[in-house]
Design a protein around this ligand. Sequence first.
Ligand SMILES: O=C(O)/C=C/C=C(\O)C(=O)O
Length: 61
Amino acid sequence: MPTLHLEMHPGRTVQQKRAFVREVTKVTAETLACPPESVDILISEVPRDAWAKAGKLLADA
Ligand SMILES: O=C(O)/C=C/C=C(\O)C(=O)O
């Protein structure tokens, strides 16, 4: 089964996440030719003080 992982900062509403998983599931099922029921999406919310880029925490940028 396709399993998609999304890592992003906290702050999106549940409505935004609901719309995201609905649309991404639809596109995944169409493009990968699999049933929507087989598509899992895991959303992880990583705060800016736990995410670094180029050696710097995003919270410090
Ligand atoms: O990596 C960055 O500079 C920005 C990442 C942004 C997100 O993950 C987000 O908007 O959730």
